[in-house]
Design a protein around this ligand. Structure first.
Ligand code: MAN
Length: 495
């Protein structure tokens, strides 16, 4: 009852000047009509007397009659909240349910006006203002410093990228040299193979030529023998005829031609008898002798496959003769050559080529990694390139946490995860050590701008998924005073 009376007095006093909880620019909405009544804001048909405004009783359906109390809480959908003037600082709005609840909400109402009825909260806007000014000044200085550090990191990132470029250039040169060496060795192999093949074909050419000559000689001898044999047949026939003539001619016919022929034939026959005694082998004897010759083919001369007979004797002996001049027979050239049939030089060159090809493949895959790297953008301004090898650690609670920007996170010696992706200003780490009866550990790291790298906090919102807040210069950007002001938070404990 005492409270209600007090409220009514304060409200009545305030009515003359202003309506509690309403911003100066909205005060006109609470001007009374000419008859001294006031209409609810959302429904002008409902009229109440002025002393019903802020009397802690809800009269309007939208709660507009209670801008300075906690009444009508459930009805205020469009309300901005309770207005705190915060003289000397910045005005603020607080939810109506916090008005006169006995708690000082200095973060919004540093003047303590939200507790106007309880009178529990003295105005602390001066201190808040001082803290705010200090925060803004320090924050501005820190951001400026952070931006300078960030600029250095951008340069470091550029150098790191240039290093990758240099490394890539070096690898490309190595690839060029290796390719040239490989080309040279391949040509060398081709030449060596061609040389071997020429030597082989020259042998084949020679033996082809010999075979042709043998074949010609064989034909010559065969036709000579045939013609000799034919001649022998004719001679023998003529000898029989002339023998008959010599035996049976009639000497009483004085035929000079016949007598002459008989005389000449008798001389021929007697001469032939003498020839039989001579050492020269007659054609018949030779023929007979060769027929009797049966020479088996010696196994080591397996390339002579013919068994000599009279009919093939010329062929046989010429083959034998030519074979003795032939180079030792070579193995058939199989494609591809077996190791055993390759020359030592070929084997050596092929080994060199295989080694060079392997080296080249490895260099090419190395180069493709560097090429990919150089085409990639590692965060804004490529800044993450500068963070390679950078670790931050801090003991929080019972554990020591270590965060490697481009690497992993550890909770003491337990792996929380490896960096898998970067999204705006959050790093994601996954594939950590498995939790007992739970998933593999993982973490998200939210980065906020500061000149120094520092783990601000860690929490475990889900079992074995961690959330870190990390201050770092890498996400810094120039920001306005308004934005810095919005960042400022005051804790009641600080006042
Ligand atoms: C350890 C820590 C904790 C985690 C439990 C799960 O104690 O890694 O963060 O929650 O294991 O068993």
């Amino acid at each position: 009852m005492v409270r209600l009376i007090l409220l009514t007095i304060v409200a009545a006093l305030a009515t003359a000047k202003n309506i509690i909880g309403v911003a100066p620019e909205d005060q006109h909405l609470y001007e009374p009509r000419s008859d001294g009544k006031w209409s609810c804001l959302s429904d002008p048909s409902i009229m109440i007397s002025q002393d019903q405004i802020n009397d802690d009783i809800c009269d309007c359906p939208d709660g507009s009659d209670e801008p300075g109390t906690a009444a009508c809480e459930s009805r205020r959908e469009d309300s901005k909240g309770f207005y705190c003037a915060n003289e000397g600082y910045f005005p603020g709005y607080i939810q109506h349910y916090k008005v006169n609840d006995g708690v000082c909400d200095y973060d919004t109402c540093c003047d303590g006006s939200d507790e106007w009825a309880t009178g529990k909260c003295p105005n602390k806007c001066d201190i808040v203002r001082q803290k705010f000014d200090k925060y803004v000044a320090e924050r501005k200085a820190d951001i400026e410093k952070a931006l300078r550090i960030r600029n250095q990191l951008v340069k470091k990132a550029e150098r790191a990228k240039a290093e990758v470029g240099k490394e890539l250039e070096k690898i490309r040169e190595e690839i060029f040299d290796l390719s040239a060496k490989l080309e040279k060795e391949r040509k060398n192999l081709q030449r060596t193979k061609a040389q071997t093949s020429r030597e082989g074909s020259s042998d084949r050419y020679e033996s082809n030529e010999a075979s042709k000559q043998i074949s010609r000689l064989e034909k010559y001898f065969e036709s000579s023998i045939a013609s000799e044999m034919k001649s022998q047949g004719i001679i023998s026939k003529l000898e029989t005829l002339l023998g008959d003539l010599t035996e049976n001619y009639n000497p009483n016919y004085n035929d000079a031609a016949v007598k002459n022929c008989v005389r000449e034939f008798r001389e021929y026959i007697s001469g032939k008898e003498d020839d039989k005694d001579s050492q020269e082998m007659s054609f018949e004897d030779a023929k007979e002798l060769l027929k009797r010759l049966t020479i088996s083919t010696p196994s080591e001369q397996s390339h002579i496959t013919i068994v000599p007979t009279f009919d093939n004797m010329v062929h046989y002996y010429f083959s034998k003769l030519i074979n003795s001049f032939r180079p030792q027979p070579k193995e058939e050239v199989a494609q591809p050559k077996s190791e055993a049939t390759k020359s030592n030089v070929e084997v050596e060159i092929e080994a060199t080529i295989a080694k060079l090809e392997k080296e080249l493949r490895s260099k090419q895959s190395e180069a493709s990694i560097y090429e990919e790297n150089i085409l990639q953008q590692f965060g804004k301004d490529d800044i993450y390139r500068a963070m390679k090898g950078e670790w931050i650690s801090r003991k929080i609670g019972e554990y020591n946490y270590k965060i490697g920007y481009l690497d992993s996170i550890y909770q003491d010696n337990t792996l929380i995860g490896h960096l898998t992706s970067v999204d705006q200003s959050t790093l994601h780490f996954t594939q950590g050590a498995k939790c007992w009866n739970g998933p593999q550990r993982s973490a998200s790291v939210d980065l906020i701008c500061a000149s120094k790298s520092r783990i601000v906090s860690v929490s475990e919102p889900e079992k074995c998924h961690y959330r870190f807040l990390l201050e770092t210069p890498i996400v810094c950007e120039a920001i306005s005073d308004e934005e810095i002001a919005k960042e400022f938070k005051i804790e009641a404990s600080e006042l």
